[in-house]
Design a protein around this ligand. Sequence first.
Ligand SMILES: NC(=O)c1ccc[n+]([C@@H]2O[C@H](COP(=O)([O-])OP(=O)(O)OC[C@H]3O[C@@H](n4cnc5c(N)ncnc54)[C@H](O)[C@@H]3O)[C@@H](O)[C@H]2O)c1
Length: 376
Amino acid sequence: MKICIIGSGYVGLVSGACFSDLGNTVTCVDKGIVPIYEPGLQELVVRNLKKKRLLFSTNISNSIKKSDIIFICVGTPTKNNKADLKYVFNVTKSIKSNLNRYKIIVTKSTVPVTTGDKITKILKSNKNKNKFDVVSNPEFLREGEAIRDFQFPDRVVVGTSSNKANKIMKKLYLPLIKKGGRYFHTSRRSAELIKYASNAFLATKITFINEIANLCEKSNIDVKEVAIGMGLDERIGSRFLRAGPAYGGSCFPKDTRALVSTGRSVTFKPGTDDMRESSSLKMIPSLIRKGAHVNYYEPTGKKKELKSKNINFSENIKDACKSADLIIIHTEWNEFKQLNFKKITKKRNFKVFDMRNLYSTSEMKKNKINYFSIGR
Ligand SMILES: NC(=O)c1ccc[n+]([C@@H]2O[C@H](COP(=O)([O-])OP(=O)(O)OC[C@H]3O[C@@H](n4cnc5c(N)ncnc54)[C@H](O)[C@@H]3O)[C@@H](O)[C@H]2O)c1
């Protein structure tokens, strides 16, 4: 199939590379620079570029015209606590002016309920009659595991009332369905809400176990054991029950806000017509306000949001820690899991705040390290 991906950021580039790897011809369009890091992505892109199945373009008109399926994968940031759909609607207008034959327009971007209805309304005209179907196909991949999540999905959700579009979408996903991914065909509005409801539920699990962690600290209980005991109940499940920093990232905060705003809106009623938000981006400025000097290291590089004369980006973990009085482990990268703290810092009375519970409390005690973790 001939596919056009508009917006080649995290979701778009990963989807484009994976769809091309399944044998489709994919053109990825973007209007910016797409510097994303994701394990395995480079190899996938290079392989499919060589096979000429994966193409990159800035010519949105030609890319739309030559394709059968157009995936909208642009960002949906938060504006006034709502999802800002300006990029989605801009792309819709470009699609409208290049609808030369029947195409399936798919929203992979996370969009509030009824967005598909609004896209349909924009595209509709006498000239465009029967030339398109608008389908919701939300994306559930996790950054850091994106390729695996795409290639081995738990489920593929496709929302459309068009049998024709559903048949084509099922054919597109057939190689993934054959590997065990469940294909769930539903209404477009349900598919839109499934994405928000799923993210809100996972965010709730994180917040819940953090509250339990506070209780564990006061009661001398290890939250990890509580989480394991809870998770063994299949109705609950063990995933997303790891105590740590408040939820953050590019999706959960914006999607939970957008869900609340959708709940308050009228437009939700039948028949009427999104380093983004990592909690470290709040923690570092708050430490600076308290007089700290922060050296931070982040494997994916310097963060433009962290600008102050008291914030310094280090190119590696050793540089970041060598003069630290306090080492805060905020993310779970593998390279943070086996640190020899006594070697990497020159300070004698240093402290370690492990917000991901990566180290054993008893080992730290044995090594006489001033170690604090969450809920243990
Ligand atoms: N990142 C995730 O883990 C994840 C997971 C599931 C769903 N989502 C959702 O997918 C959507 C995209 O997220 P992302 O993380 O890939 O965003 P991103 O910011 O990494 O990528 C969006 C891209 O769209 C491009 N773009 C914007 N307007 C354009 C236009 N008119 N023409 C061409 N390109 C245009 C931007 O230049 C950018 O590169 C969002 O709705 C997000 O909520 C993200």
